[in-house]
Design a binder for this molecule. Sequence first.
Ligand SMILES: Nc1nc2c(c(=O)[nH]1)N[C@H]1C(S)=C(S)[C@@H](COP(=O)(O)OP(=O)(O)OC[C@H]3O[C@@H](n4cnc5c(=O)[nH]c(N)nc54)[C@H](O)[C@@H]3O)O[C@H]1N2
Ligand SMILES: Nc1nc2c(c(=O)[nH]1)N[C@H]1C(S)=C(S)[C@@H](COP(=O)(O)OP(=O)(O)OC[C@H]3O[C@@H](n4cnc5c(=O)[nH]c(N)nc54)[C@H](O)[C@@H]3O)O[C@H]1N2
Ligand code: SF4
Ligand SMILES: [Mo]
Length: 734
Amino acid sequence: MTRTAYRTCPLCEAVCGLEITLSGRDVVRVRGDRDDVFSRGFLCPKGATLGDLDQDPDRLTEPLLRRDGVLTPVSWDEAFAAVEAGLSRVIAEHGRESIGLYFGNPNAHTLGGGLYLGPLRKAIGTRNVYSAASVDQLPKHVSAGLMFGDPTAIPVPDLDRTDYLLMLGANPLESNGSLCTAPDFPGRLKALRARGGQLVVVDPRRTRTAGIADRHLFIRPGTDPYLLLGIVHTLFAENLVTDLDDRFTGVDELRVLAEEFSPAAMASVCGVPAEEIETLARELAGAPTAVVYGRIGTSTAEFGTLTSWLVDVITALTGNLDRPGGGMFGMPPHGRTRWRKPFTTGRWRSRVRDLPEAIGELPVATLADEIRTPGEGQVRALVTVAGNPVLSTPDGPGLDAALGTLDFMLSVDPYLNATTRHADVILPPPRILEAGHYDVALLGFAVRRVARYSPPVLDLPAGRPSEAQILAKLALIAAGQGAGADPELLDEGIIGGTLARAVADPSSPVHGGDPAVLAKELTGAGGAERRLDLMLRLGTYGDGFGAQPGGLSLQRLLDAPHGLDLGPLEPTLDALLATASGKVELAPAPIVADLSRLRAGADVRRDGFVLVGRRNLRTNNSWSHNVPTLAGGSNRCTLQMNPEDASRLGLAAGQEVRVRSRVGTVATVLEPSATIMPGVVSLPHGFGHGLPGTRQRVAEQTAGVNANTLTDPELIDVLSGTAVLNGIPVEVVG
Ligand SMILES: Nc1nc2c(c(=O)[nH]1)N[C@H]1C(S)=C(S)[C@@H](COP(=O)(O)OP(=O)(O)OC[C@H]3O[C@@H](n4cnc5c(=O)[nH]c(N)nc54)[C@H](O)[C@@H]3O)O[C@H]1N2
Ligand SMILES: Nc1nc2c(c(=O)[nH]1)N[C@H]1C(S)=C(S)[C@@H](COP(=O)(O)OP(=O)(O)OC[C@H]3O[C@@H](n4cnc5c(=O)[nH]c(N)nc54)[C@H](O)[C@@H]3O)O[C@H]1N2
Ligand code: SF4
Ligand SMILES: [Mo]
């Protein structure tokens, strides 16, 4: 007997709806859910193998505790008691500031990550907070914070309605998209062209996405802001700037500062011809609707924040911000918390390198410094949740060594990998199918307004905590409630607090109500579901506990297993603008000041090779390589180089080469490829498996090398603290 269940895929930002066939507790087949309101049957090879990932025999099924140096399976009670002992000891000896936290990417895809990391960091009470954001999208948060006052107010390209898309440093045909949640991104791009629109891709590699574009332009890694400034210059020089209403400020300043960045001057830096820069400006201004979209190649780069800003500046100057077909702001069903404080960075600074905090985090590029450098405030304990920074952050080997010196390390993770092998306690989340799913982090970046909740497909085995419960328990332990505390306590506290604020808020639909009575109305199988019900009911389209009949609630989502489509995005800028001026700041002072760094960068001689990354459809950062069907084939850890460069250096396909940067050297296999521009080489990240003490038996067969052996922790985008992972100077020798 088989049965069918529906569940959102948790593997990437496309959030496809899956149709999963099970026999007992075994997955027999995964298909795209054709009735899903958002993904309409689309899925990729990773989604199709979700069953294999979920039932990977190398996934940990019990907690591990280090005893006499050896990670040993223990009961959950013993593991939580060891966490309490470990954290208490470090807090007693060195204070709460000595605990570092690192939160990795999959937290954006779990209910545990979405609802419990905030309470956990609050309970731990440290400012030593790090996450994958500072090797990813942090520049976009900073530019959004400075322009719109809210670091989560990131414009999303309105893919389904735009007439013109300029895409830089993104390859959604492999990645399936990011900060733009759009299942079947490839299909949506093809539809854009089919309706007469244009797609232009800017990338140092001729990617598969470039292959379906109207035009592809090679660009020297790290130089996107020069190209974009050339476009801004042209928009002003040719009077192509739209008359913006009084919600915008800074246009005149932009006009003045763009003057020096002529297309001719910019072309020599970025490698895109001046005429092409002018054409882009004219096309963007002339198209009925247009939008600029930049992603990881522009973000984890020397001028990440400047580029992130310019992307939205051009969308705004051409009249395309907050309008259909342009850059729109998403509206998550669970509500958007209006940002009340004026956005700023540097509210505190890192101890060793004096780097500014951004969105409550410090740059992960300096985590190893904080662990290694003795003194008051040194990081002595680390908690990682869903992160593998040894493979994902700059100078991974340096961090690897530093982790070995910690007094205590706790990892919440299903695998024993390059990072978690250093832990004293590992708490594994249960199977993916044993968790409910709701995209707290991603629905606000979706190209349509959609709502979908997937209840757990499988029951949790008796005695096994959900990831939400694990994290709640950790928060309670850190708050001094003890390892025996009931995780539901945390949820009830949060629900009570939220309702108390809501009933006191005259604009809330429950104003004047009784929190205790309202709390009883919440439905859901546990604390996480009840909290979600609360967020949905008080959220953008919520039922307001009956005040808005027909509005959203958890029950309505449970009744709609294929999701609810609430329509296309709508203009919403007025509701979210939170700058001190109350206007969109087109020329925020901290960003304008950073232009001096950009001017200096234009004179830097760029000879030798620069390294960029690449993604493959069948990878997911560092942790999908343990699924046999996803490993091998085109998914290989080779160094791609332009054939002309290879023959000039006398290097042949398949030979081993050494790649050397300021910080490290790796040996890997050369793959000449005409898709890559001369002077650039590309190595994928996420490889480097098989270190002693890890257990990923498939991944170690195609171990590859850690690309972050080469990335330099000293190279950061200064405004956001984001690591430069693209555009690393390297030498290649045979
Ligand atoms: N050179 C280079 N480096 C890069 C990048 C690049 O392009 N080039 N990309 C960067 C980007 S964009 C990102 S987001 C980061 C990612 O950086 P990280 O998030 O640190 O790394 P991941 O490889 O995603 O590791 C995810 C970890 O979560 C675990 N995990 C998986 N599912 C779950 C779950 O449900 N619960 C829990 N608790 N754990 C889970 C996995 O076992 C793994 O240990 O890497 C960055 N690093
Ligand atoms: N299959 C797969 N999908 C994934 C992931 C994965 O590991 N594998 N990871 C997920 C994560 S965490 C994220 S953040 C997203 C990222 O999603 P994307 O941003 O689409 O990531 P990439 O596919 O790495 O595309 C980045 C592109 O930038 C180019 N590039 C490098 N340097 C520069 C530069 O200086 N300028 C310009 N213009 N381009 C440059 C690279 O050649 C590459 O083609 O993907 C997500 N989806
Ligand atoms: S595109 Fe992303 S969300 Fe969709 S099936 Fe593939 S991995 Fe899952
Ligand atoms: Mo990412």
